[in-house]
Write a protein that binds this ligand. Structure first.
Ligand SMILES: Cc1cc2nc3c(=O)[nH]c(=O)nc-3n(C[C@H](O)[C@H](O)[C@H](O)COP(=O)(O)O)c2cc1C
Length: 313
């Protein structure tokens, strides 16, 4: 399959593994890149040395293009950015704030810059300052999110952003989704939640079991009233978080409450007291598969739909 994204990154399929802090690590990133998509290392607040190690580890496992994520809110973004400039991964995805300060350094180092945005306004701004591609992410997605749905974003952004390839994210897990996105004018999709059940994904097994037994109503968006939206699976933690949020706690009190919960949930497997970031699409995820299987089944289904699409008209 050929799209502006596959051309830009030199990859076989227009499928990006969305960065997931501490979760999209070398084995998963490399597995996705080896299968013809492209992986992104989730950096979170990773130290410079840990990030360098993760990039080296990924290079040992794949020769194919992969990227590194930079979260503008992280306290050590500047030192992470220096490692990225040094190590020169194929591309960087940047979200969580205004990435302009790093654009020139990355571009001069020959690293493609992909901006992750939750609104039409940010999409316009990032195209304006020369992002090589955009990811528009809807509020169906797992992790930190904006307030607009994927479909509304696609409808508004895709006809307008013409110069820059657009990848869409939030709620994709199969070939029907990919086909629909391409028909609407996207150049590819980014999936995070769908890869939580990949065999190469090192989240705790209790998390994988929880996802397999969850339905379409299992997630909740917390933090929305403080402009700090986050989607994860409902549990005791989200219940007490919501109580605190609705009783008027400040953003810093809420952030303090969330401290350490992400690793507690996803990595240590405390699925009640930890935070289990995941998107709404968990409702259709029922089995653990290899990344290669996930990608090939998405591609097979999308190609089949696209080849037969003319029959509809
Ligand atoms: C567990 C988890 C952690 C995530 N962490 C990050 C992150 O560190 N940086 C980022 O830009 N996006 C992060 N995301 C968003 C993904 O990169 C991706 O855009 C999103 O998962 C796509 O929507 P989906 O969840 O419906 O597949 C995370 C998502 C999940 C599920």
């Amino acid at each position: 399959m050929k799209t502006r994204l596959t051309e830009l990154l030199g990859i076989k399929y227009p499928i990006v593994l969305g960065a997931m802090a501490w979760v999209s690590m070398a084995p998963l990133v490399a597995a996705v890149s080896n299968a013809g998509g492209t992986g992104v290392i989730g950096t979170g607040t990773m130290s410079a040395e840990a990030l360098r190690r993760e990039i080296t580890r990924t290079r040992e496992l794949t020769q194919n293009p992969f990227g590194v994520n930079l979260q503008m809110g992280a306290p050590n973004t500047a030192e992470q950015a220096r490692v990225i400039v040094d190590e020169k991964p194929d591309f960087v995805t940047i979200g969580g704030g205004d990435p302009r300060v790093y654009f020139d350094d990355f571009k001069q180092a020959g690293i493609k810059v992909i901006a992750v945005v939750p609104t039409l306004k940010m999409a316009r701004r990032m195209e304006g300052i020369g992002a090589d591609a955009l990811v528009i992410e809807g509020m169906e997605a797992g992790g930190h999110i904006g307030q607009t749905t994927t479909m509304a974003l696609m409808s508004m952004v895709l006809p307008e952003i013409k110069k820059t390839p657009v990848i869409v994210a939030g709620g994709f897990a199969d070939g029907r989704g990919l086909a629909a996105a391409l028909i609407m004018g996207a150049s590819g999709i980014q999936m995070g939640t769908a890869f939580l059940l990949a065999q190469e994904c090192e989240v705790n097994q209790a998390v994988k079991q929880l996802i397999m037994s969850s339905d379409d109503t299992a997630t909740i968006m917390t933090g929305q009233t403080r402009n700090h939206g986050f989607r994860g699976i409902k549990n005791s933690f989200t219940e007490s978080y919501m109580k605190k949020e609705t009783s008027g706690a400040t953003l810093s009190e809420l952030m303090e409450m969330g401290f350490g919960r992400y690793k507690m949930g996803l990595l240590e497997g405390d699925i009640q007291n930890g935070s289990v970031a995941a998107g709404q699409i968990i409702g259709m995820m029922h089995e653990e598969r290899t990344s290669k299987d996930i990608i090939e089944s998405v591609m097979r289904e999308a190609e089949d739909i696209l080849l037969n699409a003319h029959q509809i008209v």
